[in-house]
Design a protein around this ligand. Structure first.
Ligand code: CA2
Length: 149
């Protein structure tokens, strides 16, 4: 079983409680639960974490080295601003799939660029809570070198 960290950044703890027209009505606890259940189905052991603080996210990424085989990461608004998170991902040399609930490319121009994308193996954006499941599938395939389970 591969170990995967599902990591969420700022404000995503509010998921399902505000702006459902943009981010849906699924709560973060529901997303994390769905990730754990889907992970078990495809041979992944899922750990989940969320922080509103850039430094704490960097620590979680550093800690993933040696314990995790990959990261599914929704960096929230830090996606568009954080060179520090980009450097943290590059430093741990783990495969990262960038995830967004909304389609960041169809939104305001300031959301079109991503520092995370520069160091991620790929990006999944715009499928609501399903983005996480798609990201887990992509990461599992990548870790297995493209081979089925
Ligand atoms: O679409 C995504 O997943 C985003 O990463 C969400 C971020 C946004 O800044 C990115 O551009 C795209 C915002 C997360 C805010 O989450 C909330 C959830 C519920 C209510 C309010 C905010």
């Amino acid at each position: 079983m591969a170990n995967i960290l599902v990591l969420n950044g700022p404000n995503l703890n509010l998921l399902g409680t505000r702006q459902p027209e943009v981010y849906g009505s699924t709560t973060l606890a529901m997303v994390e639960d769905a990730c754990k259940r889907h992970g078990a189905e495809i041979g992944l052991t899922i750990s989940c974490a969320q922080s509103n603080h850039e430094g704490a996210l960097i620590d979680l990424i550093h800690d993933a080295r040696g314990t995790q085989d990959g990261i599914v990461f929704n960096a929230g608004a830090y996606t568009h601003t954080s060179i520090a998170l980009m450097d943290a991902i590059a430093s741990v040399e783990l495969p990262v799939v960038e995830v967004h609930l909304s389609n960041i490319h169809a939104r305001e121009p300031f959301r079109h660029s991503s520092y995370i994308a520069k160091v991620a193996i790929g990006q999944i954006s715009g499928f609501g809570a399903d983005s996480y499941r798609l990201a887990l599938d992509a990461l599992a395939t990548h870790i297995r070198g493209g081979r089925p389970e």
